[in-house]
Design a protein. Structure first.
Length: 276
């Protein structure tokens, strides 16, 4: 099966998942619980993950899956072969609160390298797609990342972890970006933040997330011309395409400068602006 055929099948699955999400919102009966104490999960997350799992197994029998709700074992990223990386609802808190930044994210990875990605936003009417080395699209139309050359004029996206005790160290980074960039956006769905970089709505994005949050959007942004990388080296043996710690994705011209700014903030070297 060609990557183009795989992409078409993946779009169909993501679109069907999006319909389930819309129907659940309209039904206004969102039952939820919390995993690990603070992370909200709805029954719809699990139902959508189950449907995607069944559809992937039917279309691509025997291929492994890494998904947020049903198969969250991150050790799978270290294995060779075919791997589907799935977030059934990226932006669960947004979904539960009636906000529109919600997406289905599905990536196909072969031997640690992402081959295709689909991010479908059912409430926004947008489907972002990419095939490795062949480009990126929104609703079938080619897209391109920002060509910003000025950090001062750049709009930057980010997010924060569910664990409240993990947020305080990130305030240094946030303060640095607010001081040196145009402004910051926190939309609550990493996959869509990456797609916003891909189509030029955001000039940059940084965050630490799980593989299912970023695998598809990472490829889409890169294929649209953004530069993708990490603030610090990836551990040996882990594929860069699936390592979600300290991500940085941006217009190529500002990548190095923004990365250095964030590392300086981490090190407490920005006391001249009250961050240290």
């Amino acid at each position: 099966m060609t990557l183009e055929e795989r992409l078409e099948a993946t779009i169909d699955i993501a679109t069907a998942a999006g319909k389930m999400i819309r129907d659940a919102r309209e039904g206004d009966d969102l039952k939820h619980h919390f995993k690990e104490g603070q992370e909200l999960v709805t029954d719809t997350d699990v139902a959508v993950d189950t449907m995607i799992t069944e559809r992937l197994e039917s279309a691509f029998p025997g291929e492994d899956r890494l998904s947020e709700e049903l198969a969250p074992d991150k050790d799978a990223v270290e294995e060779d072969g075919a791997l589907w990386v799935v977030d059934p609802i990226d932006g669960t808190v947004n979904f539960a609160h009636g906000l529109f930044h919600v997406a289905v994210s599905i990536a196909y990875v072969k031997d640690g390298v992402t081959q295709l990605g689909v991010v479908h936003a059912p409430f926004l009417g947008e489907t972002f797609t990419a095939i490795r080395d062949k480009g990126a699209w929104r609703n079938g139309q080619s897209i391109s990342a920002s060509q910003s050359e000025s950090l001062e004029q750049s709009l930057v996206g980010t997010g924060f972890p569910y664990r409240r005790d993990s947020r305080l160290p990130l305030m240094r980074r946030l303060g640095a970006v607010l001081h040196h960039c145009r402004d910051v956006r926190r939309n609550g769905a990493a996959a869509l933040d990456l797609c916003d970089v891909a189509c030029g709505r955001l000039d940059a994005y940084y965050e630490t997330v799980s593989p299912w949050d970023f695998a598809a959007g990472w490829l889409i942004a890169r294929e649209a011309g953004a530069r993708t990388g990490h603030l610090y080296p990836c551990p040996e043996g882990l594929p860069e395409d699936l390592y979600g710690e300290n991500l940085l994705v941006s217009a190529p011209a500002i990548f190095d400068e923004l990365g250095e700014l964030l590392r300086q903030a981490d090190a407490g070297e920005l006391r001249d602006i009250g961050i240290g």
